[in-house]
Design a protein. Structure first.
Length: 416
């Protein structure tokens, strides 16, 4: 039985009791975080919480959802939205979380790129993160199909059609993915299975890998400094907290995380209650109809940049068909971020503001992704098509020049 001295506050009371558990002892004395990490380092925890919100709200939706082409639309738009008590709340929570999770994933990825957090022992963190990006994308895509509205149907049609471009086996592959010659009931039921069963399980496994690979090299810090965690922890435990470059995971780091998380949750629930429409396309409130193609088909906002890379190549070049060029560029866009740790040739971990050429590269990338996203939603005609073309070419060129840009920075610094 532990003996406690009198606590002066509720916080102290909790600290005393938590400190007696083995887990918390480890977190308070053995797990250290660099002191200078800012709010951007809370995005991982925000993602973990958003994923939990998706699971819980999804479980409630699954109680009334019907994976059948004749019933799906009504089960969502009438049963869940109008008949089930608070069904609308769970739908809005799920749809908004599905959209916001991508916003946070992009911030988390771009933070990693800005601070060079993907190299020197952190490659596995990056690669597991990219696997999360891919699996979340598959989950977003399969989930969007479930309400069986016009956009669900036609987006599924366009995306599954893309596999037809794979040499030799393309046509057979499309049929295999759809489970039918057309996007039909078999397609809906298999995407339902992926969305509610296989993908969540795989995601949970990859999150475990992501967290496990984080333990070894510790998280990066704002200056990319090599920190002697043992020596700095000694300083902290000896009472020299001010000079120490580290803080304990519990309660100091986690309280920072919780503060950011609280701000995020206020923003998130504000969207859920007042602006849920931003996560839903008006066209998707019309039931799927395979005889009526919507005037203009586009995916959710988070896929727009890669969709625009696909559409950007709208004319044949050197005898290669526009469709094949676009498809190849789309393929590259989806895997190129995996390769970042290997095509960044700078041996040092430093933030972009200390790598002048890379800094310019980084901000061009941000502007380019924004342009691609905006134009991905506009009809690809006239000037729009050309903006899309140049933005797509810029995206590809950025990754071709990256090894040279990063090498030049390292040379100028005398690191190579
Ligand atoms: C979607 C689910 C994800 C979850 C739950 C998650 C969770 C976390 C957590 C808790 C951390 C530690 C603290 C922090 O820096 O935020 C972290 C770090 C990291 N994550 Fe993720 N992450 C996810 C996706 C991704 C993606 C898509 C990438 C990029 C491809 C990525 C790359 C990284 C990197 C490079 C770090 C190390 C940051 C550093 O060393 O400073 N993560 N992640």
């Amino acid at each position: 039985m532990a003996h406690f001295t009198k606590a002066n506050s509720v916080g102290e009371w909790f600290d005393q009791r938590l400190a007696t558990t083995k887990f918390m002892k480890v977190m308070m004395t053995e797990y250290w975080i660099p002191k200078d990490v800012n709010f951007l380092w809370a995005m991982g925890v925000v993602l973990a919480v958003t994923f939990k919100i998706l699971i819980v709200s999804g479980i409630f939706l699954m109680m009334y959802y019907k994976p059948d082409v004749n019933l799906a639309f009504d089960s969502v738009n009438y049963t869940i939205m109008q008949e089930v008590a608070y069904g609308w709340l769970f739908r809005h929570m799920h749809a908004v979380a599905a959209s916001v999770v991508f916003l946070i994933i992009y911030i988390h990825m771009l933070t990693g790129i800005y601070y060079g957090s993907y190299k020197k022992g952190r490659e596995m963190i990056w690669i597991s993160g990219m696997l999360l990006f891919v699996t979340f994308s598959a989950a977003g895509f399969s989930g969007y199909m479930l309400p069986w509205g016009q956009m669900s149907y036609w987006a599924a049609m366009v995306i599954t059609n893309l596999f037809g471009g794979v040499p030799l086996i393309g046509d057979a592959l499309v049929v295999w993915i759809r489970g039918d010659f057309n996007v039909a009931d078999a397609t809906l039921t298999r995407f339902f299975m992926l969305h509610v069963f296989l993908l969540p399980i795989v995601i949970i496994g990859i999150i475990a890998l992501h967290f496990y690979s984080l333990r070894v090299p510790h998280v990066n810090n704002q200056e990319g400094a090599d920190i002697d965690f043992d020596a700095e922890a000694e300083k902290y435990l000896a009472g020299n907290k001010k000079d120490s470059k580290v803080i304990p995971f519990w309660p100091v780091f986690l309280s920072k995380d919780f503060a950011v998380l609280s701000v995020f949750l206020i923003f998130y629930f504000y969207l859920v209650f007042f602006h849920y429409g931003f996560a839903m396309d008006p066209i998707n409130f019309d039931p799927a109809d395979n005889m009526v193609t919507p005037l203009h088909i586009y995916p959710e906002w988070y896929f727009l940049w890669s969709y625009e890379v696909l559409r950007g190549f709208f004319f044949d070049i050197a005898g290669i068909k526009a469709f094949d060029l676009g498809l190849a560029a789309f393929g590259v866009a989806n895997v190129i971020f995996f390769l970042l740790p290997f095509i960044d040739r700078d041996p040092e971990v430093l933030p972009a503001h200390r790598r002048p050429r890379f800094n310019i590269w980084f901000w061009i990338l941000i502007v380019d992704l924004l342009v691609l996203t905006v134009y991905g939603k506009l009809p690809p005609t006239g000037v729009n098509a050309w903006v899309g073309f140049f933005a797509s070419v810029t995206f590809l060129v950025l990754f071709i020049v990256l090894p040279f840009v990063t090498k030049a920075d390292a040379k100028a610094r005398g690191a190579l």
